[in-house]
Design a protein around this ligand. Sequence first.
Ligand SMILES: O=P(O)(O)OC[C@H]1O[C@](O)(CO)[C@@H](O)[C@@H]1O
Length: 560
Amino acid sequence: MASASSATPDMLPAWQTLKHHAQALQNVHLKTLFGTEPSRWESFTRQVAGLTLDLSKQRWDDDTLEHLFTLATEAGVPSAIEALLSGKRVNVSENRPALHTALRLPADATLDVEGDDIVAAVQESLAQMESLVSRLHAGQWRGATGKPIRDVVNLGVGGSDLGPLMVTHALADFRPKGIHPVEVHFASTMDGSQLADCLSRLNPETTIFVLSSKSFTTIDTLSNANTAREWLLGRLTQHGSTPISAEMVVRQHFIGVSASPDKMTEWGITPDHQLTFWEWVGGRYSLWGTIGLPIALVVGMDNFRELLAGAHAMDRHFAEAPMEDNLPILLGLAGIWNVNFLDIRAHSILPYDGRLEYFAAYLEQLEMESNGKSVTRQGQPVNYSTCPVLWGQLGPNAQHAFYQLLHQGTQPVVCDFIAPLKRYDEVEDPDTRRDLKTQHRLSLANCFAQSRVLMLGDDALEDDGPRPEHKRYRGNQPSTTVLLDQLTPFTLGALIALYEHKVFVQAVIWDINPFDQWGVELGKKIATDTQKIIDHQGDISLMDASSRGLIEAFWAAEQE
Ligand SMILES: O=P(O)(O)OC[C@H]1O[C@](O)(CO)[C@@H](O)[C@@H]1O
């Protein structure tokens, strides 16, 4: 990003050094590295904000790291971090800052961006969110028929869904006690099936919808919103003998969260039920502000602020720690090493904690929508690889699904294992606590065993006697392990921020803009054109044979 010259990253001296260094290391098995460097745990493990990052099972050595630090310096990582955190216009294609870190600054901080102190505005938006949360938690928010609200359905997609969905599941244990119970649900898909499921179970009198959309133009969310509005109007305006106006129903049953207040008003959301944020918060980076409303509804504002505090602790570490100790930089460099020098272009995210069920889905957007790019910030095509294919699943379940490929497939894959060290201390019943703690130990044993087998292969066995080829394991698959002291709002905030900044570090080195997503636009436009043809308002003969066949199959099904 900030390379001093116009050199592309692959022309930087350190890139060339790393290429030669990789050739030397290419045929060195991970087990050999562990054999020759017994202190790899001490050398390659760092801790901050309740997280331990173990990079010792990467296929690298001390020299690799030195060369990678030089690459980071040559690519301008330190000045790029400063530019990001101080609110420079790092999102070059959209000419604006990317200031998600400002959403988690403490209330007494100041950040002057182009003449405005944005911390005060951020705090005000959080206060507005808190006031809506308090009303709902006090049972004071009543629907159009006067009953207190019990269910809140978040209608959003991408960053307006995945972050809140992931965090509410991860932190469900942190529900505050003694409040009016409010259940939070999520519906994102444009086909309406998730919404249909909610509608079939919920009572319209006690349900409100949160329309979460930064742009407030996303058809997926707006089509769900229209269906929800019709569902409410059909059931509430003819309630009993008292007529209730449509305006009243929409007023009492919808909250909007968007960077576009005008569009919320146009849709019918009353201004005092609107929460806003700013264009300089990217969708996939937006859970820290008002898009986090569902999170605050589930865990309460105090825990929401703890989430922000954990992320802020990681921001400070990112800004202040030297490269050698800087977790996001180290994690980012591990990715660069794997993709660009070891040619490993698949990356699996494997949490060993059922509460992190949606973490991989969340990271898929964060990493691939940010860094799935092939032009530089100056608009030149790149001639090196950028973001790997990233996917994942809860580790224990993935063991029974795709670990076969990790252990014996032909594809090199790097894995991130994520697990909490402490679990279940809060369970009151001693017998259940004992049994669940046993399960936690089982889970950790599996987590640690898998990274060990991926590293050592057959050598993980003490007695490695003769075996047929189909029972052999070559090992040498690198992995990272992230341990959380325990999963809390604070450590989760730090974990998410760790990955956000890792993505940024990689974008800087690849010289790409991680804050736009033009790659998704053409599909939206062609979908609009295609819908016209499906609706018999366009010329199907202009379509290719496959698309024509698919549309005609749909028309035939409609006639049956
Ligand atoms: O919040 P919005 O504007 O509805 O956008 C939802 C998602 O759609 C995208 O713009 C991609 O189409 C994502 O970047 C974003 O998180």
